[in-house]
Ligand binder design. Sequence first.
Ligand code: PLP
Length: 456
Amino acid sequence: MNKITNHMPTAELQRLDAAHHLHPFTDHGALREKGVRVITGAEGVWLKDSEGHRILDGMAGLWCVNVGYGRDELAEAAYRQMKELPYYNTFFQTTHVPAIALSAKIAELAPGHLNHVFFASSGSEANDTNIRLVRHYWAQKGQPERQVIVARKNGYHGSSMGSASLGGMAAMHSQGGLPIPGIHHIDQPYWWGEGGEMSPEEFGIARARQLEEAIQRIGPDKVGAFIAEPVQGAGGVIVPPESYWPEIRRIVKEYGILLIADEVICGFGRTGEWFGSQGYGIEPDIMTIAKGLSSGYQPIGGSIVSDEVAETIAKDEFFHGYTYSGHPVACAVALENLRILEEEKIVERVRETTAPYLKKKWESLADHPLVGEATIRGMMASIALTPDKASRAKFASDPGTVGLICRERSFANDLVMRHVGDRMVISPPLVISQAEIDTLIERARIALDEAMEEIE
Ligand code: PLP
């Protein structure tokens, strides 16, 4: 077989892809019918495809390329580390400098008593670790019956058996016998879609109190933890009402359960703070991290745990670990990525300049006839598509039909904007310039206009 390169005709690359590559989270029928776009390179916030298009990546890949594409420093950090020590494990009684340095750096950045990192290669793995951590923690405390973890419908925590069970995605649970036992889901704090006649504040409290009701129903001696994203990402960038998190905090304290903040999207500057928890005053015992930790340049994730959790777990052996826990190349790249975020003051710039600018522009989309609400937290934002703003109505078509049309119109206009049902979401690289934000908004508006034409 000829060597397969970027220079091959697109049709040939598409043919080979269709023949051999099973894509994750993809409608394979639609893929065969419409063909796949071949991405061949990227720089800053711009992707390049095999037909020479420049596409504005409004999603930073999958919410992860926080420092943007094409950073030579990250490639060089990987190269240096591969030459020096390409792999060694951190099991039994060995360690290496990249794992030491990265865990120390994360402990420095993370708030409160979160000072210890258990490494994984993805957010899914890290959340699987969290299930085992929580259960082992309570066993060590002499309360092994505290097995249940409360999570939320329409939350996303990954795609492995454990993490997809924590997640509350109905479509995922419809396949493969999910969720696993011991996971209980409560409703999400999605006011625009589910708030009815309540004010956002009343609704936030009501949805938080579902946690208390669940604990009382299941039994306070059986519930080990509550897990949630500070702002739901893959569920459609659902920004909770301000009343939500303070009430959750009260409940977890009152019942003494562990709080897991899944910061896989929110972490490392996405919300305008180093961690989303900081903006809401959330004080987690465990934090899940991945994505922005390495800006997606290497697969790495982890669980940051408090001193108390670490001490309890470390009383004896925790029979858990991955071959690539603390992979030296991934750690070296993540460390360099954190250096870039810090030295270039990217998080501060997001908070003070970029996010306020994006907010002003994004919220202007609310005047579009198809848009019911435009919501944003830091550099993650969404709009709800609706046939009637006043009643916050849903379309008569199957959920997601209009969203898909809008996504396709967006992609055809060289903007990556994702749809979650009939919500459109963006999460651009944090380094996006104001001129690029203007382009993003222009293209989003064109996509909305074209989608409206198509459904009329
Ligand atoms: N947690 C959250 C909040 C996520 O958004 C994701 C991925 O989108 C995950 C966990 C899973 O991470 P990964 O895809 O790296 O396994």
